[in-house]
Write a protein that binds this ligand. Structure first.
Ligand SMILES: O=C(O)CCC(=O)C(=O)O
Ligand SMILES: [Fe+2]
Length: 257
């Protein structure tokens, strides 16, 4: 895993521009995430009564299964993402004048996960929403690693069609640990591995936009198996083009080994 803890902020920005994501293990201390971490146990205990389940077509097509818990107004969530270190980090990647959008806790139970996707489908440089992911505890790989595809933010969609949870050449697997922050461009392909344990896996995500990026950029995510519109909950069909971003078709498919 590429660790960015020791990088200075300029290197961090370069790494994000090159790869589409950065990983910062132990960005927060256990104490800083303790209050939010206690909520994970509470959600586990009350799982069946929690709202936030996904649309069933969305779940089946893209093999995304989770509950999106709206906790972004809770004081410990706000405090975490407004921490000066987080603000500084955010400014480094998204620039001064970034706009805070919305936040969730995404919880995946047994059989849950998220198939390969980009949260936005516009490939223009700088046209991204920043996913600011925070994990409040160590997770076993079997609870679902985060997979990212370095450099995929620089071309449209996916270079091949294939299984939602298939292996892609060049993928990087990240096992979440307590206090880890991962910043992922909405246009960098990522997936969450299927949870094969009885224990839920929770990620906190607070999204921000660089200045001038439309607030609804993530209304049109692109999955490896097609396009979706969140606002109308509709499937828009398979992704129309397979290319390298220069309009040339790509011959070499990613493997599904
Ligand atoms: O759960 C994760 O590690 C990634 C979450 C994700 O894909 C997202 O919030 O856009
Ligand atoms: Fe995502």
């Amino acid at each position: 895993m590429e660790s960015s803890t020791d990088m200075d902020l300029g290197d961090l920005r370069d790494s994000f521009e090159r790869n589409g994501y950065v990983v910062l293990p132990s960005f927060f201390t256990p104490e800083q995430v303790a209050e939010l971490d206690a909520m994970v146990d509470d959600w586990q205990a009350r799982w069946n009564e929690l709202p936030g389940r996904e649309n069933s077509e969305y779940r089946e097509r893209f093999e995304v299964h989770l509950k999106a818990l709206p906790i972004s107004r809770l004081p410990p969530f706000v405090a975490l993402f407004e921490h000066p270190d987080m603000q500084n980090l955010t400014t480094t990647i998204a620039g001064e004048g970034f706009e805070t959008l919305y936040g969730f806790a995404f919880a995946t139970p047994r059989t849950g996960g998220q198939g390969w996707h980009k949260d936005s489908s516009d490939p223009a440089p700088g046209m991204f929403t920043l996913n600011r992911l925070v994990y409040t505890r160590d997770y076993a790989p079997e609870q679902g690693r985060l997979y990212v595809l370095p450099g995929s933010h620089r071309y449209k969609g996916f270079r091949s069609v294939g299984p939602n949870h298939g292996h892609l050449d060049g993928e990087v697997a990240i096992t979440p640990t307590q206090g880890m922050v991962v910043l992922v461009s909405s246009h960098c392909a990522h997936r969450v591995g299927i949870n094969s344990t009885e224990h839920i896996r929770v990620v906190l995500n607070s999204r921000v936009n660089p200045e001038k990026v439309p607030a609804d950029l993530c209304d049109l995510p692109v999955f490896r198996s097609g396009l979706w519109r969140h606002s109308t909950q509709t499937y828009l069909g398979p992704y129309p083009e397979r290319n390298d971003g220069d309009g040339k078709s790509v011959e070499t498919a990613e493997s599904d080994a």
